[in-house]
Design a protein around this ligand. Structure first.
Ligand code: ADP
Ligand code: MG
Length: 721
């Protein structure tokens, strides 16, 4: 979408999103090193001289430059350095031996194939080809000697090798193990091997680190590490190579972690070099913030006060804040965001608040608007459900600066809203924004960058934060508001649904409300929707005296809003819902939640869902219905949920069950994940890399730059989300 040309002389900020494919543009906008794509593709043409078709295959593997090729490391090796004897053949393992063809024939049962037997003086083994040329039939004439390579299998008639590689006997042996590279369809091992071998000659494997640094950390020189991994000699410990504990691997892992730390630090520095309007907080006991605090029905918790101060301090600095506000479900992040917003409004600036879903945007608007009106601030909402006419009117108030706080979904902001004077962007549940939908601020022609506050209920474990989020500042609300009652969690077999239905009816009779969460159907949205409708109908039949509502992602926005409003006022007693209610929904009177097929949900998701209850005066209960015969992982997930309500603990367990993908969410543009190092197993090296990064940036900036260049070429844009 095009942004409108600004109609006044005031600087304008256009807020919009950038799809994954436009990451390059985002990188340029935010002033990061722009990827040297054209230079890179020229370089690979020089290095590989491959025809166009296989060039594309290299590209598909992300191998754009010779430098990429040398860092494309083998998965395993085949030993062609020695000739084994057939009495050593073990099914499932590769073997290389030399022998004489005993007999061969082309058979047609069950299909056309070439079958030969070969004897090496010790033993005989069968060779079999399902695809072959007439010349191969010639080669297999009895009496001829060959060198044969391949994987031994236990066949029907004894040991055999299918599609073996056959070369001249008595040729010189390879001096190093043969690398087997990760590849893609249509790109053979020999051609990828050749391209990498050529790149290894072409690239100067100079060390980015000096001897003192290497010795201090007891690291292998880069050239030696690269050569060892690509072409280890029989003397190298193959197991250590495969397990990636070999010193050569340690060196590369360290380099990768170091590059990551350096670029995170560079991103932080780049941000600090940008300018923002400092937003000084008002005097204590004066201004909008203290006015609002006086009207609240509660006092802030100590943790809320602490993080508010951290944010207030950041907002007053002349460069953009990038702060992540983390706090478990129900910890009260929204009011903290509102206080930050008021600090900007007080200085005559605008604030944008973005939520991942329509429901959440509507709910945020309700809160922000209520709080705004008590202190005389104008808050507007832009969601998909407003009419074109309304939108035009709202847009006008945003463009004139009359609207001080603008709440909306991200989708809306894609339509380019012209702010008169935007200085703070608040993004809720940022991890829910999908991959490739990262937020970018179009700052063309603008002297000032807005401050950014992201909020997330998903705690990021320390090692992960250190590895992937070191460019952000993090504030944690580590305390729930007082008076929260613990939620009882029950694991119930699906066969006992009737008892659960009775319990729901009882809870509602006592004046409470309940959620009934429909099973997740990952394979098919249509099926998921159908399941939700079926569940809704079944519950209506089973509990005819209750008022039951249904909300799911495919419902038109107005209807969604109507249903949610009816649930909020208590008119709807039982809400049947898909995971659209996963984040943020806040109805304190709802005290019971039933999750069907709980085994299908992720741990973080279950924790989020459960966080919808236990928000009010009532004793709350969460029933996890599960099917028999759980997988081990599903059982561990349910156990974790049963055992603890601590979001941090749950997050740690989730991490160990599933790895870091989920946590990285929007950051996961495919390259954000470490390729070689494992931030948990190599935690010690993460720390060392961080210390080294600090040292290099201070004492050897050119080394730091060279190191980033080697490792992060084309890969820095992920830091901008
Ligand atoms: P989350 O961190 O999950 O976004 P919310 O901001 O929605 O949590 O807050 C959850 C509920 O707790 C809301 O009803 C909110 O008004 C209430 N709340 C927030 N802070 C406090 C507090 N200090 N004392 C009591 N209730 C609070
Ligand atoms: Mg929230």
């Amino acid at each position: 979408m095009k942004s409108k040309p600004s109609s006044s002389s005031k600087p304008r900020t256009v807020l919009r999103t950038v799809a994954g494919g436009q990451a390059l543009e985002a990188a340029e906008i935010l002033g990061a090193a722009s990827p040297e794509t054209s230079a890179a593709s020229k370089a690979i043409k020089k290095a590989t001289t491959k025809p166009r078709s296989s060039l594309n295959r290299f590209e598909r593997l992300g191998l754009l430059t010779p430098n990429d090729l040398i860092l494309h490391l083998p998965l395993r090796y085949e030993d062609e350095t020695r000739i084994a004897t057939l009495d050593q053949a073990i099914p499932g393992e590769h073997i290389q031996f030399e022998g004489e063809i005993v007999d061969s024939q082309t058979t047609y049962q069950p299909r056309r194939q070439l079958v030969a037997h070969i004897n090496d003086g010790q033993d005989t083994i069968q060779l079999r080809w399902l695809n072959f040329y007439p010349s191969q039939v010639q080669q297999m004439q009895p009496g001829r000697r060959w060198r044969v390579r391949g994987e031994v299998r236990a066949g029907f008639h004894g040991l055999e090798i299918i599609q073996p590689k056959v070369t001249q006997a008595d040729a010189p042996l390879s001096a190093s193990l043969t690398p087997i590279y990760p590849t893609t369809e249509g790109l053979t091992q020999p051609s990828i091997r050749k391209a990498i071998a050529e790149a290894l000659v072409k690239v100067t494997l100079s060390d980015t680190l000096d001897d003192a640094t290497l010795q201090g950390l007891n690291l292998m020189p880069f050239a030696q590490a690269i050569k060892t991994i690509h072409h280890p000699t029989p003397a190298d410990d193959e197991n250590a190579l495969l397990e990636r504990t070999h010193p050569a691997w340690v060196r590369l892992k360290f380099d990768e972690l170091l590059a990551q730390q350096l670029s995170l630090a560079a991103a932080r520095q780049a941000r600090q070099n940008k300018q923002s309007t400092p937003l000084p907080p008002s005097q204590p006991k004066q201004g909008l913030i203290s006015k609002l605090l006086k009207t609240l029905p509660f006092n802030l918790t100590a943790a809320q006060r602490r993080v508010s101060e951290e944010i207030a301090h950041d907002l007053n600095r002349p460069f953009p804040m990038h702060r992540l506000l983390q706090g478990d479900v129900g910890s009260g992040k929204t009011i903290v965001a509102m206080l930050a917003a008021l600090q900007a409004v007080e200085q005559g600036h605008q604030v944008a608040v973005m939520a991942p879903t329509e429901i959440l945007a509507a709910q945020h608007f309700e809160k922000f608007n209520l709080w705004s009106s008590t202190v005389g601030v104008t808050c507007v909402v832009l969601t998909g459900s407003v009419t074109t006419k309304q939108r035009r009117e709202v847009n006008a108030t945003i463009e004139s600066g009359q609207a001080q706080i603008v709440v909306g979904t991200q989708a809306l902001i894609q339509e380019a809203v012209n702010f008169a004077n935007l200085s703070l962007v608040i993004v809720d549940e940022q991890h829910r924004f999908g991959v490739g939908q990262r937020l970018a601020l179009n700052l063309k022609g603008l002297a000032f960058s807005p401050h950014q506050l992201s909020m997330s209920a998903t705690p990021i474990p320390r090692t992960l934060a250190m590895t992937f989020f070191a460019d952000l500042d993090v504030s944690v609300i580590d305390e729930l508001p007082p008076g929260r009652k613990p939620i009882r969690t029950k694991l119930v077999k699906a066969q006992r649904r009737d008892e659960v239905l009775a319990a729901v009816a009882r809870a509602i009779q006592e004046g409470g409300q309940a959620y009934w969460v429909c099973p997740l159907v990952q394979e098919s949205e249509a099926l998921e929707l159908q399941t939700a409708v079926d569940t809704f109908e079944a519950l209506q039949t089973a509990l005819p005296h209750l008022t039951i509502g249904l909300v799911h992602g495919k419902l038109p926005n107005e209807e969604k809003a109507t249903v949610m409003a009816a649930f909020k006022t208590g008119h709807i007693q039982l809400l049947v819902a898909t995971t659209v209610i996963e984040v943020g929904v806040d109805v304190p009177n709802a005290s019971m939640m039933v999750i069907e097929h709980a085994e299908r949900f992720g741990l973080a998701q279950l924790h989020q869902l459960r966080g919808r209850v236990g928000r009010g005066e009532r004793d709350s209960i969460c029933v996890l219905l599960f099917e028999d015969r759980l997988s081990i992982i599903a059982r561990e997930r349910l156990r974790a949920l049963y055992e603890t309500q601590d979001g941090f603990e749950i997050s740690q367990r989730d991490l160990s069950l599933r790895g870091p993908g989920e946590f990285l969410g929007a950051r996961q543009s495919g390259v954000a994940l470490l390729r070689f190092a494992d931030y948990q197993a190599d935690a010690l090296w993460v720390e060392r890399a961080r210390d080294t990064a600090v040292m290099l940036r201070r004492n050897q900036p050119e080394t730091a730059a060279a190191h980033i260049k080697r490792w992060m070429q084309n890969r820095q844009d992920y830091l901008l989300s």
